[in-house]
Design a protein around this ligand. Structure first.
Ligand SMILES: Nc1ncnc2c1ncn2[C@@H]1O[C@H](COP(=O)(O)OP(=O)(O)OP(=O)(O)O)[C@@H](O)[C@H]1O
Length: 253
């Protein structure tokens, strides 16, 4: 059997242990996660792929503390999320998790600069000005800081969202189809930033994607099928990803 876990010496940012999540009851019950195990090492960029309905969103929501599970453990920076109530999970999420969504999810009335700083504003934390300036520079938005989201292209909006996700230096950043609404050039820029965040800033990144080309930017791709991690590959090319997806039956979709 292949080992699906990182070496024991690697620091782990988040971990799912045998998590089970069902929706509905009786005849309509769906087992979205069926004993999923996943370790996310610190400073790595992991992509999660799998056929539609395999449990990718459910797994990400569980790891991020957005949703509860029926059984198993979810560790985020050493804290077991399954022991926390909703309020405690919300607090932990605010302190330790960053999100990037397919639809950008910026606040329309705020400028790019205000959107980037929002996690700090919400936490009443004082911004580290040097860090803010570095982030703005990295995402290439120095001359767009006063613009509102409607005055920015999709690619620029998503770069604001990436900066916002990183600003509070969370334990982990979850990106849900971050390139799904972008053309390939803007998508490449966002993927480059996520890679930079992992490799140069030491940030842990998890990205759900349907796009093998996007997944090929990751250090590791894990494959879900029927609510479990069934395969993984390090630094794969697009062809290797397509091959593994085809083996999972995703090619039939
Ligand atoms: N709120 C819900 N109520 C009932 N069933 C749900 C709910 N959310 C998800 N499911 C079911 O759980 C399973 C896993 O769904 P999930 O959204 O995690 O899959 P996914 O791999 O992210 O799919 P996709 O790639 O299509 O977004 C699916 O069978 C789905 O229909």
């Amino acid at each position: 059997m292949t080992t699906l876990t990182a070496p024991a010496t690697t620091a782990v940012a988040a971990e799912a242990r045998a998590i089970v999540k069902t929706y509905g009851r009786g005849a309509t019950e769906v087992r979205a996660l069926d004993g999923a195990d996943l370790r996310l090492p610190v400073g790595r960029f992991t992509a999660v792929m799998g056929p539609s309905g395999s449990g990718k969103s459910t797994l990400m929501h569980a790891l991020a503390g957005l949703d509860t599970v029926d059984s198993g453990q979810i560790l985020l920076g050493g804290t077991d999320l399954t022991t926390l109530d909703e309020e405690q999970r919300t607090l932990l999420r605010r302190q330790r998790v960053g999100f990037v969504f397919q639809s950008f999810n910026l606040v329309p009335s705020l400028t790019a600069a205000e959107n980037i700083a929002l996690p700090l504003t919400l936490a009443a934390a004082r911004p580290d000005k040097a860090w803010l300036a570095e982030l703005v520079d990295v995402v290439g938005l120095t001359d767009r800081l006063g613009h509102r989201p409607t005055e920015l292209s999709g690619g620029q909006q998503q770069r604001v969202a990436v900066a916002r996700a990183l600003v509070a230096r969370p334990d982990i950043v979850f990106a849900d189809e971050p390139t799904g609404n972008l053309d390939s050039r803007a998508g490449e820029a966002v993927l480059g930033l996520l890679g930079y965040a992992a490799h140069d800033l030491g940030q842990t990144i998890v990205m759900v994607t349907h796009d093998p080309g996007a997944a090929a930017h990751a250090d590791r791709v894990v494959f879900l099928a029927d609510g479990r991690i069934v395969d993984e590959v390090d630094r794969p090319g697009t062809a290797a990803i397509l091959d593994r997806m085809a083996r999972l039956g995703a090619g039939k979709e």
